[in-house]
Ligand binder design. Structure first.
Ligand SMILES: Cc1cc2nc3c(=O)[nH]c(=O)nc-3n(C[C@H](O)[C@H](O)[C@H](O)COP(=O)(O)OP(=O)(O)OC[C@H]3O[C@@H](n4cnc5c(N)ncnc54)[C@H](O)[C@@H]3O)c2cc1C
Length: 198
């Protein structure tokens, strides 16, 4: 979208790499399901598991518990940057590996009453060393183009709170107020999990 007006910014953004992932949503009978307290857990790569996180959706979001009485709904995510092999598995295979890792992590051994796999191709921008400087260069390329500002997951943090913050900052920038953008530049929020919690 920026190529014609701001080729320098477009070239910088074309260099941002993205990870693909899949979400595996599982519903269990509440009577058969005992989960630890909390809203879920993260799995660091050094643990050698396939799932990279699990969100106890029924515990995290009240509306999910309310709309699914008698059930516990949770999700796992798979697919780290550069690891696309796992995403070639079919849906049943992803459910199976999720159940395996959930059993190992929290002892969950029940049989799900419903499952759904949602695949996100190139869904998560990656923030390698130097990303912050890249974003500054993008904004530098755009600085002379009045009425144009950028925001979203590729800039100041991939978590929804960070995306919302960058959207407010971009809207303010359009109106000539650079305070929000300067604040983000000084204090970028770079972690999905740090910003929002999985
Ligand atoms: C599987 C997954 C799980 C996540 N879980 C969490 C979580 O638990 N907590 C959390 O805080 N964050 C989470 N995130 C991150 C967060 O959801 C995203 O980073 C955020 O929603 C991105 O917002 P965005 O507005 O930048 O982009 P998007 O929400 O992707 O919006 C971009 C929009 O632009 C449209 N678009 C694209 N190209 C064009 C074009 N050329 N012309 C017109 N429109 C176009 C797209 O259709 C889309 O609607 C998750 C992300 C993924 C993929």
């Amino acid at each position: 979208m920026l190529r014609a007006e701001a080729p320098g910014a477009a070239a910088e953004l074309a260099g941002v790499e993205y990870a693909s992932m899949a979400l595996i949503t599982l519903a269990f009978r509440r009577a058969e399901t005992a989960l630890p307290e909390g809203s879920g857990f993260l799995v660091p790569p050094v643990d050698g598991r396939t799932i990279k996180a699990s969100t106890f959706a029924s515990a995290k979001w009240g509306w999910i518990a309310e709309e699914n009485p008698g059930l516990v709904v949770l999700r796992t995510s798979v697919g780290r940057h550069g690891e696309t092999e796992i995403l070639r598995r079919d849906d049943a295979g992803l459910v199976e590996v999720s159940r395996h890792d959930l059993k190992a992590a929290v002892g969950l051994d029940a049989t799900p009453v419903a499952t759904r796999v949602t695949r996100w191709q190139d869904g998560l921008p990656q923030y390698p060393v130097g990303h912050h400087a890249r974003v500054a260069r993008v904004r530098g390329h755009l600085a002379s183009l009045a009425g144009l500002a950028v925001c979203g997951a590729a800039y100041d943090g991939v978590g929804i709170p960070a995306c919302v913050a960058s959207a407010y900052a971009a809207a303010d920038q359009i109106h000539g107020d650079l305070h929000g953008v300067q604040e983000l530049t000084a204090h970028p929020v770079q972690s999905l999990h740090g910003a929002a919690g999985e």
